[in-house]
Design a protein around this ligand. Structure first.
Ligand SMILES: Nc1ncnc2c1ncn2[C@@H]1O[C@H](COP(=O)(O)OP(=O)(O)O)[C@@H](O)[C@H]1O
Ligand SMILES: [Mg+2]
Length: 610
């Protein structure tokens, strides 16, 4: 029952008008069985614990009045036995409820985390354009943790408050003035605890921030080690790290200092209470107003009741932090994915591969200045055709590709695939129809096989090899010791640019999309190999529609037709020969982009030619 997994489907309450805690309730309610068990075991365990001093009192009183009993030794043994059983039961139950409570809090943390991550995967490109994703994710992680802490310590504090009131009731039933004296020290425990937190919390906050700072410097230097080394910037970077580490050392030392000063005091205070109890209670015993057993019971309670006072301030603070954290997490969760399936969206089957851009206008969300990236963009591509999109850097070629896969929605006009508006198709069917290979191939830190099989994880080795062959990746893969099982280093750094591009190409070839967009996808591959790849591509899939975005003349001339882009629209289409003779802007861009490209190529080829 406890481990029953509420599953990944639990969500926060979508009603934004509710308070942060009420919005969290569905997540908590999904685990209510576990919380009930926690409450039951906790209340029982604590009740037994609080009752122990009472039984002790009776046992001692019994020993003192031993004369009145017929079997004093037998009675004592009974009492000791009862105490023993109580101690064991209380220990067992208290262990169980803490274990269950922390376990449940962690499960809710998990539920929330998968909820947040699932949501992040649903969010559109425009969200990731706006925010630094890495920062959002690491912040979400610590925010989720702080909610978890509240869910663990909140109930713990509630239970300890319960045990306080129960102990208070027992003490009052024995001796009212002594009970008052015993409780009198507790406000000091609270105040001192508060003082410690005021001192320690800012420090631990600062320390955490500085730890993150050090981690960031290390992370950047490890990931950017190529840049650091090529500029021989190691000494400067080490100095930066040393400064960050020094700042961390200062706050960490101050933190330990504050803790070392206050913690012993807080721990000693209940003992001060004990002194008062013994002083006043001792007097009462000597004067015959109180039994020895009662005094013993009070000394037991004095240490027991300090707990809620120590926890209260902590939980209050944790609640504030959790509230702030929840608000930040809700900011992510309330972010609506902009690109979603419309109700009743069509699942495209039997794709022919006809593409039509009709009067498309588009500007990136949040970019208000300047003309839109695309304005009056018209282009029709017939099934099986290969069209090269040519234009200056920044003229919007990649944007066309992104709009076709519906990573963004157009501001005006329509994009049709096989006569259907892309907004009327399910994203799943659109994106399995239209696949694009970007110039900066992103590889995962997995094996080469898994990287190629990314879009179709069940693919066999034979299928993977066949795709790699078309992309001319098989030759270099076979040279690795591990072959296709060779692991790719982080982000593919163990491969050259051209090798990465070929793996990315194989990845797209494997899923055999009806419409393929090659966005500068072969820019780092040498011209001869590239030509062979295009040759193999056209052999194996004659009925595929292909959009090629390229700078190289050698790539451009392979296309059936060329569309020249300028000012956010297609200004001319035709074959290479037609455009060359009829369109001066085409010739201009070719010379221009070739000029740019030479630099580009030189850069790429250092990594790319293999
Ligand atoms: N995510 C984005 N957010 C805002 N502006 C963008 C974004 N991506 C591209 N742009 C801008 O849109 C224009 C077209 O970019 P792009 O389509 O990548 O050009 P190309 O692929 O032709 O070089 C450029 O001016 C670029 O700065
Ligand atoms: Mg581009």
């Amino acid at each position: 029952m406890i481990s029953s997994d509420a599953g990944p489907s639990v969500q926060i309450d979508p009603d934004r008008s509710k308070g942060w805690f009420r919005r969290l309730i569905p997540l908590i309610a999904a685990r209510r069985a576990a919380f009930l068990v926690v409450a039951a075991t906790g209340l029982t365990g604590l009740s037994i614990q609080v009752a122990v001093p009472m039984v002790l009192k009776r046992a001692v009183d019994h020993v003192v009045d031993a004369g009145t009993s017929a079997d004093p030794i037998g009675d004592l043994t009974d009492h000791v036995l009862v105490l023993f059983v109580m101690a064991v039961a209380s220990f067992g139950l208290r262990f169980a409820y803490r274990y269950l409570l922390f376990g449940t809090a962690c499960r809710i943390e998990n539920d929330l985390r998968s909820h947040v991550y699932r949501h992040l995967t649903r969010l559109s490109f425009s969200f990731y354009d706006r925010v630094a994703a890495g920062e959002v994710i690491s912040r979400a992680n610590s925010d989720i943790r702080s909610i978890q802490l509240l869910l663990a310590f909140g109930p713990l504090a509630a239970l300890s408050a319960f045990s306080f009131f129960m102990a208070l009731a027992f003490m009052l039933s024995i001796h009212v003035p002594l009970a008052v004296v015993t409780v009198a020290t507790m406000p000091f425990v609270y105040v001192l605890g508060q003082k410690l937190r005021d001192r320690v919390f800012p420090l631990s906050w600062i320390t955490q921030g500085r730890m993150a700072e050090v981690a960031m410097v290390v992370d950047e230097n490890v990931n950017g080690t190529r840049v650091v080394k090529s500029f021989a910037a190691e000494p400067a970077q080490i100095a930066i790290l040393a400064r960050a580490a020094n700042r961390l050392r200062w706050s960490a030392t101050a933190l330990i200092d504050a803790r070392a000063r206050f913690n012993p005091v807080i721990e000693a205070l209940p003992r001060l209470g004990m002194v008062l109890v013994l002083l006043y209670g001792g007097h009462l015993v000597i004067n015959g107003h109180l039994g020895v057993g009662s005094l013993l019971a009070f000394s037991g309670y004095v240490t027991m009741i300090a707990m809620p006072f120590r926890m209260f301030g902590f939980v209050l603070l944790q609640a504030q932090r959790a509230a702030a954290s929840a608000i930040r997490i809700y900011e992510i969760l309330d972010e609506e994915p902009e690109i979603v399936d419309r109700p009743g969206a069509l699942f495209l089957r039997e794709v022919v591969g006809r593409i039509e851009f009709r009067d498309v206008r588009f500007a990136y969300p949040g970019v208000d200045q300047g003309p839109p990236v695309l304005d009056g963009f018209n282009l029709t591509i017939e099934p099986g055709e290969t069209v090269a999109l040519v234009g200056r850097t920044g003229c919007g070629k990649s944007t066309v590709a992104r709009l076709l896969a519906r990573f963004y929605d157009v501001d005006a006009g329509t994009i049709l695939v096989d006569g259907h508006d892309v907004r009327d198709l399910t994203l799943a069917s659109l994106r399995s129809t239209v696949n694009q290979v970007p110039d900066e191939a992103f590889l995962f830190s997995e094996s080469l096989h898994d990287n190629v099989a990314f879009g179709q994880p069940t693919a066999s080795r034979t299928e993977v090899v066949a795709a790699a062959r078309i992309a001319r990746a098989d030759e270099f893969v076979e040279e690795f010791d591990g072959g296709y099982d060779e692991m790719v280093g982080e982000r593919g750094y163990t491969l050259s640019g051209g090798q990465r591009q070929r793996i990315a190409l194989a990845r797209s070839i494997l899923i055999d999309p009806k419409i393929l967009v090659l966005d500068d996808a072969t820019s780092a591959i040498d011209i001869r190999t590239e030509e062979e790849i295009h040759q193999r591509l056209s052999e194996t899939m004659a009925d595929r529609t292909t959009i090629v975005i390229a700078h190289r003349l050698s790539t451009i001339v392979l296309a059936d037709r060329i569309a020249l882009m300028e000012g956010g629209r297609v200004v001319a289409t035709g074959t290479h020969a037609e455009l060359l003779s009829l369109e001066p802007r085409y010739a201009a861009i070719l010379t221009h982009s070739d000029g740019v490209d030479e630099d580009d190529k030189a850069g790429h080829h250092r990594r790319g030619r293999v």
